[in-house]
Design a protein around this ligand. Structure first.
Ligand SMILES: Nc1nc2c(ncn2[C@@H]2O[C@H](COP(=O)(O)OP(=O)(O)OP(=O)(O)O)[C@@H](O)[C@H]2O)c(=O)[nH]1
Ligand SMILES: [Mg+2]
Length: 168
């Protein structure tokens, strides 16, 4: 379908068609290009920021595809969106605790049981930070003195979500 749309949109016969790609990191640009080309020509990875330079991929029918590195709009700083879309992995987020707390809030509103059963906890009216600590304790994310390491707990939740293990 995409191939037909490209040919139709370009509307030119007998000349090469150059198609660019633009989008957030880790959203499947290179994968779409490979699907169109019918071969794994562009490198892909579950880790965001994989494509580093511009690569030209021949997709046949005189269609040339340009694979490009993912971009985040200038000034866009919504780390929650970047976290849940896996645009940035947990180690690249400035405030993983804040992101994980928002994720917990969303789970509690939409499917608390999924979160509880995944981490073997019972959340009963705690605020999202206390729920994070509870998950951290149960997941053994502890500091030396035995207190919960909130950053490690947050990173764990974000990783579980981004890997598709924790599902809402
Ligand atoms: N579930 C699902 N995963 C996909 C889909 N398309 C791609 N992926 C996976 O998403 C991850 C990122 O895909 P890429 O094609 O490398 O994404 P990208 O936009 O080129 O990423 P950057 O090069 O980092 O900007 C890979 O692990 C892919 O296997 C899809 O349609 N569904
Ligand atoms: Mg890529």
């Amino acid at each position: 379908m995409l191939r037909h749309m490209i040919l139709e949109t370009a509307g030119i016969k007998g000349r090469d068609i150059l198609v660019g790609s633009l989008g957030y990191p880790n959203t499947g640009k290179s994968s779409v290009i490979n699907a169109l080309a019918g071969k794994h020509k562009a490198g892909t990875s579950s880790i965001s920021g994989y494509t580093k330079g511009v690569q030209l991929v021949n997709a046949g029918s005189r269609i040339m595809l340009l694979d490009t590195p993912g971009v985040i709009p200038f000034g866009e700083e919504d780390e929650y969106i970047q976290g849940i879309l896996s645009v940035k992995d947990a180690t690249h987020l400035k405030d993983p605790v804040g992101v994980a707390m928002k994720m917990i809030e969303r789970f509690c509103a939409e499917n608390k049981t999924a979160l509880e059963s995944f981490y073997h906890v019972t959340i009963m009216g705690q605020d999202s930070y206390d729920a994070l600590l509870l998950i951290g304790r149960e997941s053994n994310c502890l500091k030396k003195k035995g207190e919960v390491d909130d950053t490690r707990a947050a990173v764990r939740i974000i990783n579980d979500w981004q890997k598709g293990l924790l599902v809402i």
